[in-house]
Design a protein around this ligand. Structure first.
Ligand code: ACO
Length: 333
């Protein structure tokens, strides 16, 4: 019998501190950095974002999202036999955020300690991280090496922002989203398509690194926004079309597009290329900004919990990010 994987639960978490554009404009003005609510809304669609307080890490945000995903799947930590965390803002250089998160889940109660021993690792593909992580978890479940996976996107991107650079610091936020992905006799994940092209490393990066006890290079985010914009739309359309082709489906079979939430204009252009009206697009960019690897599972959870997305509907998840990396996952809920 063919073995598939299927999402059985979703969850998300946003840190409590919410900054509206007006809050951010006022904060930046203190350092002489000029921006405005009008500019940010018109160019990006973003109206607010959440920032984690000092001392709150990706594993903390991922932990809260994971608990909600487990509850919605009717599962417990000890039921999980694979943990993958997509993040570019890990708690430490090592061990992985997935290992730290596993230990947090194991400490919930005596029975939850049963999650110890499950393989746990991070995937680093920046804003495509969740698409990559879901693709890996699906492959492991279909191969029979896991039955029930927690797949999480968690980020504290605010820690990487240069608040003197108005072209980037207004765009990002912190958050986490999670799904439980289980082995199933029926699909589930219909197709996925992931790619990378390292020639674009410098277009979007945090170039600093730790060497002999010091940070060498700039530890803050650098981005050529216009170049990213031009590249992103074509890559997203290509990955979505490849996933549709693998599943033998058409644009019109998509009930919901759940894109990486970087910029409303990129999302609108991609939806147009896929001939999807904006009514079929789940949007959270206005309230969350770009939360990198967390943005797709966050939007999925918002869509599910709001009742927009219904069981058995066909969803196209797609993302693009630093690397460059890009990809799409087509699935039935
Ligand atoms: N407030 C006010 N003015 C600003 C701001 C700001 N925050 N930022 C830039 N400007 C100014 C610029 O200085 C420029 O002024 P000038 O004409 O006097 O030189 C003007 O606005 C236009 O700047 P552009 O860069 O041309 O603005 P653009 O319309 O391209 O929008 C943006 C910039 C929003 C960054 C856009 O290019 C974009 O969204 N790119 C994609 C970014 C993205 O999606 N990144 C995430 C990828 S996923 C990942 O892996 C993290």
């Amino acid at each position: 019998m063919t073995r598939y994987s299927r999402i059985t639960g979703t969850g998300s978490f946003l840190p409590p501190q919410c900054l509206t554009n007006a809050d951010l404009v006022a904060q930046l003005a203190k350092d002489g950095v000029e921006t405005s609510d009008e500019w940010i809304v018109e160019r990006t669609g973003i109206r607010a974002r959440h920032f984690a307080d000092a001392g709150m890490f990706s594993s903390d945000l991922g932990f809260e999202a994971a608990k909600k995903a487990l509850a919605s799947a009717g599962r417990r930590p000890e039921d999980i036999d694979l943990i993958i965390v997509a993040t570019s803002t890990p708690d430490m250089v090592f061990p992985s955020t997935a290992c730290i998160l596993q230990h947090k889940l194991a400490q919930i109660d005596a029975a939850a300690a049963g999650i110890a021993g499950a393989p746990a690792f991070d995937v680093q593909a920046v804003c495509s991280g969740f698409i990559y992580a879901l693709t890996v978890a699906d492959a492991m479940i279909r191969a029979g090496s896991a039955k029930r996976a927690l797949v999480i996107g968690a980020e504290v991107f605010s820690r990487l922002l240069d608040f003197k650079d108005r072209t980037t610091c207004v765009l990002f936020g912190d958050g986490a989203g999670a799904v439980v992905l289980e082995a199933s006799e029926t699909p589930g994940i219909l197709a996925s398509d992931i790619h990378a092209d390292g020639k674009h490393v410098g277009m979007l990066c945090v170039p600093g690194h730790v060497q002999n006890g010091h940070i060498l290079g700039d530890p803050l985010l650098k981005m050529d926004g216009q170049a990213v914009f031009k590249l992103a739309v074509g890559l997203l359309e290509g990955a979505a079309r490849a996933a549709l082709q693998k599943a033998n489906l058409q644009d019109s079979d998509i009930d919901w597009l759940i894109p990486h939430q970087a910029n409303i204009r990129i999302i609108q252009s991609t939806a147009k290329k896929l001939k999807l009206p904006m009514e079929k697009v789940v949007l959270t960019v206005h309230h969350h900004g770009n939360t990198s690897a967390a943005s797709i599972p966050l939007a999925l959870d918002v869509g599910v919990r709001s009742g927009q997305i219904k069981p058995e509907q066909t969803l196209m998840l797609e993302g693009v990010g630093g690397g460059f990396t890009w990809g799409a996952v087509l699935l039935k809920l």
